[in-house]
Design a protein around this ligand. Structure first.
Ligand code: LMR
Length: 412
């Protein structure tokens, strides 16, 4: 019977149900299907130029030229842990070149598939080797965090982070929830430019968080997807991580080069585990290899080679910081333009959070109903939680977006 079914188009997978699209990447799928010339994608956090085009940094093009012109380069497998130079330079970038943890060889760094892959490998390592299997993630957080850590074998709980009333940090709720967490629990922290809210603790607030976490032995796991994008300065955006490393205790950090080097599709990132001693770091690295090998064997070579080429050359590094600052400044400028446009229209509400929030996203406070209205009537695509990617906006499109927000809040 079964084989007859096949000849008539039957399938052994006939019972597979249609999955819903990813809440973030699905927005791009919907956008691509829309034939309207006025459509605007403010969903995924991907940088666009003023002309609305994706940007390949000039310094990245230069690095690629150097790589292509180097006849000694081959396509052999990388080690399971990735490109050694890339790993060293990535650790220096996030922890600082004078970091004692690096000098004391207490850091195990492995190249992973961008930020997501770094979180996944780190999560699975913790599920296998750490005594506490619960990870606390902020409420709200990046839509993928829960899935990544659950599949890695951790149990996911949330801590309060954002206060909708002030559109700022709920520090009291955060400290109360972390105080109530079991000692030793893992805590996911956004190093800077919190996604989706754009709300970061101040340095004083970070210090309060650090003191509490250290007093309870909570293990920090930093997600650093936007180093350089929040302020335009790579060191300033790494301050939170460096405060935790400076106290000599342990932590994990997932780094992504998707945004700050525009290497989205190259999938290049790193997981670093800062350990208490050099010999622990050696053993930790040996176990990370056992996590990685059955998952994807070893990481891709091209993106990591681009990053290593740029980070190890003083002049190219400098060019990168200038291009990075220009991207960050354009986003800050978009915030100002959108805020001014809404104020000029007299749109009801206090929109100052648009200029106060940090990084790629504005957490507008728009409801999912208002978002649907803006998509249907104005062809503006964004995630249903009201997050807009400021990096997808341009001066030319600001009036269209301001019209849509104005209509949404006055009619819905
Ligand atoms: C985002 O939040 O839009 C980005 O981090 C892209 C992604 O993978 O979701």
């Amino acid at each position: 019977m079964a084989s007859e079914d096949h000849s008539h188009g039957g399938s052994v997978f006939a019972n597979v149900t249609q999955a819903t699209e990813d809440p973030i990447l699905g927005v791009t799928v919907a956008y691509n299907k829309d034939p309207s010339p006025m459509k605007l994608n403010l969903g995924v956090g991907a940088y666009r130029t003023e002309e609305g085009n994706p940007l390949v940094l000039n310094v990245v093009r230069r690095a690629e030229q150097l790589l292509v012109n180097d006849p000694s380069r081959v396509k052999e497998y990388l080690p399971i842990t990735g490109l050694a130079d890339f790993n060293k330079l990535s650790a220096k970038l996030i922890f600082g070149s004078d970091s004692p943890a690096i000098q004391e060889n207490r850091v195990a760094t492995v190249q992973c598939l961008s930020g997501t892959g770094s979180l996944r490998v780190g999560g699975e390592f913790l599920a296998r080797h750490y005594h506490e299997r619960t990870i606390y993630i902020p409420q709200p957080t990046w839509g993928n965090h829960t899935k990544v850590f659950t599949l890695a074998g951790l149990s996911v709980k949330t801590y309060r982070y954002y206060d909708p009333a002030t559109r700022g940090l709920n520090l009291e709720g955060l400290l109360a929830d972390l105080s109530a967490a079991p000692s030793g629990a893992i805590v996911l922290l956004h190093a800077c430019a919190h996604n989706p809210t754009g709300v970061d603790p101040t340095l004083e607030q970070w210090e309060q968080i650090r003191l509490l976490m250290r007093s309870k032995g909570l293990l920090p796991f930093f997600d650093s997807a936007y180093q350089g994008f929040a302020s335009g300065n790579l060191d300033a955006d790494a301050q939170s991580v460096r405060m935790f490393v400076a106290d000599g205790s342990e932590c994990l950090t997932a780094q992504s080069y998707a945004k700050n080097m525009g290497l989205y599709g190259e999938r290049v990132g790193a997981l670093s585990i800062v350990c208490g001693s050099a010999d622990v770091a050696v053993r930790v690295e040996s176990q990370l290899k056992l996590v990685i090998r059955p998952m994807y064997s070893n990481p891709p070579i091209h993106g990591a080679s681009i990053v290593a080429t740029i980070l190890k050359d003083r002049e190219m590094y400098h060019e990168w910081t200038i291009e990075l600052k220009a991207m960050a400044d354009r986003i800050i400028n978009m915030r100002e333009q959108l805020f001014d446009a809404l104020r000029a229209k007299g749109t009801p509400g206090d929109w100052s959070h648009i200029i106060k929030q940090i990084g790629m996203f504005t957490f507008t406070g728009l409801t999912s109903e208002q978002v649907t209205f803006m998509t249907t009537e104005y062809h503006i695509y964004m995630t249903s939680d009201g997050r807009i990617s400021m990096a997808g906006l341009s001066s030319q499109k600001v009036p269209h977006l301001a019209d849509a927000i104005h209509a949404a809040v006055t009619q819905h």
